[in-house]
Design a protein around this ligand. Sequence first.
Ligand code: SF4
Length: 366
Amino acid sequence: MTKVKTDTQLKTDLKSLTKAELSTFLEELGLAGYRSDQVFQWLYQKGVSSFDEMTNLSKDLRAKLDEIAEVKKIKVHSKQESSDGTIKFLFELDDPNAYKVEAVMIPDFYPDGAANRLTVCVSSQVGCMFGCSFCATGKMGYFRSLTHGEIVDQVQIINELTEERFDKKITNIVYMGMGEPLHNYKAVVESARIISDPLGIDLSPRRITISTVGLTKQIKQLADEEIGTNLAISLHAADDKKRDEIMPINESLNLEKLEEAVKYHFMKTEQPLTYEYLLFDEFNDSPQDAHNLVKIARWVPSKVNIIMYNNVAGVALKRAREERLNKFMKTLTDQGVTATVRRSRGDDIDAGCGQLAIREGQEKGK
Ligand code: SF4
């Protein structure tokens, strides 16, 4: 058999195809459905990056695939470990710009030291265009969106580490890293489908949370997908004036529009949602703010995560003081709101909410 040398640029990256597209692509090569499942497993469950490693495919088939297709894979550039066990990964994407994104693995331990929950926060874009004032990613600007393959790669690679270290796979995934997930809608939804696919990462959609600053059209679209994942709203202020100040998206998609979208989402999915609320000192932590938040929490069944901010250099907003946090929480719980305080993890490695950013070596169109 003569191997035709093909320009890499013309090869199809199999991880740029959805599961259905992969199946069609392989069918056109005369491969039956079970072969497509095998290739899918190699790509996402085993995370291989060459056809040679797909050992249950014949040699001829592997050679044929190698002529017309390729498997792109992100790689770990470096990692940092916090004293609390949190690990921040810096991944380099397989593209000519060598863009980088971060993901964070946050472990919870039982009293005997064994791993309980292993949560991974994944990135969906290189940078972000939404410019929230408290967010280091927003300050980078926007470079590009990740493919679904690049999102699943983050999970697959971190799974290898948790299995080796804790003898356990990741238990929860949150789309709360770099980027606005619903601004990369198609790739995020496909990645969530692959993560919950038994032939993929095989994690229940109930353990996957997709967050958004409030892109109302996409919230409704997500409700119609019947994907089964959880939805979290990055709220961070409970009236339009304050939200406009720190989240520019609120100027066009205000709280009234958000209310309509989350009510639609609940009507379609019957799933409670989560509001994420970074508590900033003397900005959004007054009793009036708490009362406004109570009203929002009553739009549909929901819970509220009050997140203690890790201060970001160059940002005027600061972490709220404990006495103000305690009063704020009392108002919420007295009014029957289910609220939990989340202490940002990985403070010593800048791995907390709003802290992810690649400070060097990221140039547009490099
Ligand atoms: Fe973008 Fe989210 Fe940061 Fe806002 S908080 S700038 S949407 S990454």
